[in-house]
Design a protein around this ligand. Structure first.
Ligand code: AMP
Ligand code: MG
Length: 414
């Protein structure tokens, strides 16, 4: 057996992730309009400037009453809908009131319509009302001065709704990382070109740009660089000048035309040259000033897995998120799993809930050039290094890459 020729130490996955995240600090803040802030991370908290609700509102459809009138019949004086106001009521009076309408002055409770009898312009509660019944007091949802959304929170639809409710038009969020994407390889032609001879179409560029878009980041394709040091260096240098993260694919293994590692080392500082896992051992990570450089392996499966496992958490951290790692869950092997002898193998798998258990099955042959092995995959199952297959039923760790479907909500096995 030849001895290892690579001069780069082989880091365990966890150590590599820690090292990458140590170099990824949240980007500076900027002001962004509310609706454009979806998916962004707050750099400063949102403080309520008004009470919610701003008036005492009924929580039900019913009758606004004075609790002190007890079980006595009340004279019914019209109706108030949400958005309307009504004149005050006096002793022995009541007003029909709809959900969300403001309580009229003089009233201190609402009797639900189901709990009152109405006849001849008179309403009679079936039980004595208590002050405050079926009311939302001023500021009961939130008070002026409350920290409504903390710094570091990612703004989802609910947060956008809350901002709208509070009349907040702009928020201060971390800047999104700009990502420059570069493909390398003498054999690679643009996806829409017709390859001749031993050429192949670029799939890493389009897949990477699509992943960035799906994850809410901004990617820019800088082009395909031949396997010439000057050409690759020039594109990477351009990426460093205009982006926060440069992602290349190809040229990181030990072939004679694998030039990325020395170029990264020349333009910056190389931190990772090898990671002890499959598929993606030669993943390369460096920094050049504030810019993070990732050299993905060329094999499309390795490229995507490395992007999801190592680049995405770094991008999320740059965007200001604290919890950036994908979920690691315990699952059950739904079929025998064949390990790699020398390092953990992150196999592409489909995870689904079956009878209350998360079951994982691989997507079939796992060759790292076989992008098809990722089609439909929503998980990576971590098969520890070994010689013997893990039997079906073995408990395994899996990393969720996408939503998990199941059948329990509808109460039937599919
Ligand atoms: P490399 O890492 O450059 O040695 O490439 C490893 C394998 O991945 C080779 O078979 C390449 O042809 C293939 N490959 C590299 N880059 C791409 C790409 N952008 N799209 C599709 N296949 C690629
Ligand atoms: Mg190559």
């Amino acid at each position: 057996m030849p001895t290892e020729v690579s001069p780069y130490p082989m880091l365990p996955v966890e150590e590599a992730l820690r090292l990458i995240l140590r170099h990824a600090a949240p980007l500076p803040a900027e002001r962004v309009a509310r609706q454009a802030a979806l998916g962004r991370v707050l750099a400063t908290p949102v403080i309520a400037t008004e009470d919610q609700p701003p008036f005492v509102a009924s929580t039900v459809d019913g009758f606004a009453v004075r609790a002190a009138d007890g079980l006595a019949p009340r004279r019914l004086r019209g109706a108030i809908r949400a958005g309307e106001s009504a004149a005050p009521i006096g002793p022995g009076e009541s007003v029909r009131i709809m959900t969300g309408a403001p309580l009229p002055a003089g009233a201190d409770a609402v009797v639900m319509v189901e709990w009152a009898e109405q006849r001849d312009g008179v309403v009679v509660p079936e039980a004595p009302p208590k002050p405050g019944d079926n009311l939302r007091p001023i500021g009961s949802d939130l008070r002026a001065g409350d920290e409504v959304i903390p710094a570091g929170a990612r703004l989802g639809p609910v947060e956008i709704g809350l901002l709208a409710a509070l009349g907040v038009r702009e928020v201060t969020v971390h800047r999104q990382p700009r990502v420059a994407v570069i493909t390398t390889g003498d054999e690679i032609v643009e996806a829409d070109a017709t390859p001749t001879g031993p050429a192949i179409r670029d799939s890493n560029g389009p897949a990477t740009l699509a992943a960035l878009a799906e994850w809410g980041f901004v990617g820019e394709f800088l082009g395909i660089a031949r396997d010439k040091a000057e050409e690759q260096e020039a594109l990477i240098q351009r990426g460093i000048e205009r982006a926060d993260v440069v992602v290349t694919s190809g040229g990181v293994s030990v072939g004679t035309h694998d030039l990325i590692k020395p170029i990264f080392a020349k333009l910056g500082e190389l931190h990772i040259g090898r990671i002890a896992f499959k598929p993606g051992k030669p993943l390369t990570f460096a920094t050049a000033g504030q810019t993070l450089l990732f050299g993905l392996p060329g094999n499309p499966v390795s490229a995507y897995v490395c992007l999801a496992l190592f680049v995405r958490p770094a991008l999320r951290r740059l965007a200001g998120e604290q919890d950036v790692l994908p979920a690691l869950v315990e699952a059950v092997a739904g079929e025998p799993l064949r390990p790699a002898p020398d390092r953990p193998d992150y196999q592409r798998a489909i995870a689904r809930w079956e009878s209350g258990r998360l079951v994982v099955r691989t997507t079939g042959p796992q060759g790292s050039s076989r992008l098809r092995s990722l089609v439909g995959a929503n998980a990576l199952v971590i098969v520890p290094a070994g010689r013997e297959p893990l039997p079906a039923g073995t408990s395994v760790d899996a990393i969720l890459l996408g939503p998990v479907s199941g059948d329990r909500l509808l109460g039937a096995e599919r």
